[in-house]
Design a protein. Sequence first.
Length: 244
Amino acid sequence: MTALLTIDNVSVSYGKAEAVRNVSIVVEAGQVVTVIGPNGAGKTTLLNTAIGLLPCQSGRILFNGADVTRLETESRIEMGFGLVPERRELFAEMSVYDNLLLGAYSRKDGTAAAKRSIDDVFDRFPRLKERRAQHAGTLSGGERQMLALGRALMSKPTLLMLDEPSLGLAPLIVKEIFRIIPSLRDLGVSILLIEQNARSALETANYGYVMETGEIVRQGPAGELIHDPQLIATYLGGHGDAHR
């Protein structure tokens, strides 16, 4: 397999406070890779740095072997990065259809191709098709997450980064979202998943990293990590819920 994304020894600071310290992560083409850990571990900071919203203090970010460390976010999106942020950041007063159309803004292949991609999103998320004319702000939490995923897919990413996709969703909807995530690989999309719901994340991923206080403290195949006694005690709990 080929390394699609390489985060190489990256450190990130807010002023004098170091939020991410010497972190290295690899996402191979065709993989779902997850980073789990508690609130405040630096997971979202790492994601925002990978897509260029925050600068690296040190280290490198490579995409398909090219150094993108100093590239603007827009350039990374054009290269194939996609991000679904924790707050989803939809346009509440715009329709589902128009939110999806905006997701194609970075593409160069014209409106007709974008409309075909919207049809593909509707095939994947039939509930969005039913609600295509509704304002995004009127959707349920699960529907908003599906719309955020669909909008990110509109840019035709090869790497999709998901920040806490299960946050605030009912258990049945969480199960559906985690069913959808691995199926995105059928589109040629690799996934970097940031998640506190450790059990669902590890059941979905090929490979996992555990992040605490800005550092990677454990890594390995997800199927091995999910059976690790220390991780079970710390993150998986008796009911399969992540430590919050």
